[in-house]
Ligand binder design. Structure first.
Ligand SMILES: Nc1ncnc2c1ncn2[C@@H]1O[C@H](COP(=O)(O)OP(=O)(O)OP(=O)(O)O)[C@@H](O)[C@H]1O
Length: 342
């Protein structure tokens, strides 16, 4: 039977258990409602709106991907959930505990692997885990530092100087640290930045394993492929809003977008306005037209380009990246505020 996690009301810590009373487990691991955040300005910098009213539900047991381009608001959202950034408005519940009224319990339900690598240079990896476990009040006989080190491929570095670890090892140590108190919810903020392919695979194998054991996992990434491969549900954040949140398969069916990259006879200096298509500039006066394969064809794109008075020298087609997907999903929504104008 999969290992489930129960909230121990005597102590804020999670206790792993083969629960026979699943009814006490919350339906949702995270519930965010009407979340807004404006960073205060200072001196010359004006206030910055980072979240514009986010509603988000992460089901218990999910492997949840939070995607968005740079500056979309992912880290702000994660940092508010983690209790390291104050929200401006809205409510957040972790494992049914409101972060305002039950902050300690809420935080104990959560393990967070931050984006930046933070290494405790004064401790060995084992000491680092022990200190963290102490911080969460995990009794000595319930600590599992060695188990975590082994699970993350760090056993032979248990007593090494942390500064002798590679970037990938430090990141895995941070995953271990986030798990010392056995939280039922784990957030990984950009976990594969700077991690090589092999280590990335190991990390994902482990994350998949703990997810199968019952831990709800939320990961933020820029990479659609990564989220696609790992996550059962994907939310896309853009300009401080969740523009979609749905099962991965359903989302991918909707992301039927392609790019046609057009090299004109005469390089363009102003992007053409093509009815029904989003257009982005490329080097040397070329441009890319993003279209939905279910709604248009390459021929129709080219006809629109010619209709705008442009003679075509060459074309190539390509799969879109996430930016293009956002453009396609948000295309034509002129009500959406431009974050650069804040
Ligand atoms: N401490 C801060 N003070 C002022 N503005 C901030 C602060 N932190 C973030 N921002 C701004 O808030 C917006 C959202 O940033 P955030 O870091 O949450 O986005 P992100 O999606 O995590 O981006 P990335 O993928 O680059 O980490 C951005 O415009 C950013 O410049």
């Amino acid at each position: 039977m999969a290992q489930l996690f129960l909230f121990d009301m005597q102590s804020p810590r999670m206790t792993a258990s083969t629960a026979s009373t699943p009814s006490i487990l919350p339906e949702n691991a995270i519930e965010v409602l009407g979340l807004k955040k404006t960073y205060k300005g200072n001196g010359k910098a004006p206030p910055k709106v980072a979240l514009r009213g986010v509603d988000l539900t992460v089901k218990r047991g999910s492997m949840f991907g939070l995607l968005g381009p740079n500056g979309a608001g992912k880290s702000t959202l994660i940092n508010i959930i983690a209790g390291v950034v104050n929200k401006s408005e809205g409510t957040v519940k972790i494992w049914d505990r409101d972060i305002d009224t039950h902050s300690r319990d809420a935080r104990s339900a959560l393990g967070v692997v931050p984006q930046e690598i933070v290494a405790d240079v004064f401790f060995t990896p084992r000491e680092s885990l022990e200190v963290q476990a102490g911080f969460y009040g995990v009794p000595a006989d319930e600590r599992r530092s060695d188990e975590l080190l082994a699970a993350l491929g760090l056993s032979d570095k248990a007593n090494a100087y942390v500064r002798s670890l590679s970037g990938g090892m430090k990141r895995r140590l941070m995953v271990a640290k986030a798990l010392v108190h056995n939280p039922p919810v784990l957030i990984l903020d950009e976990p594969t930045a700077g991690v090589d392919v092999e280590l990335r695979r190991q990390l994902w194998d482990y994350v998949r394993k703990i997810n199968e054991e019952g831990v709800t996992v939320i990961l933020t990434t820029h990479y659609l492929e990564e989220a696609q491969e790992l996550c059962d549900t994907i939310a896309i954040v853009n300009r401080g809003e969740v523009i979609t949140c749905e099962p991965t398969e359903q989302l991918l069916r909707r992301l039927d977008t392609r790019n046609v990259v057009v090299t004109p006879e005469t390089p363009v200096t102003t992007l053409p306005v093509l009815n029904g298509f989003s257009v982005t500039s490329r080097a040397n006066g070329a441009f890319a037209v993003t279209y939905r394969t279910g709604e248009a064809s390459v021929e129709q794109v080219l006809a629109a380009v010619r209709g705008a008075g442009i003679s075509i020298h060459d074309i190539t087609t390509e799969d879109p990246d996430l930016e293009d997907v956002f453009l396609a999903l948000t295309y034509g929504d002129t009500s959406r505020p431009d974050p650069t104008k804040d």
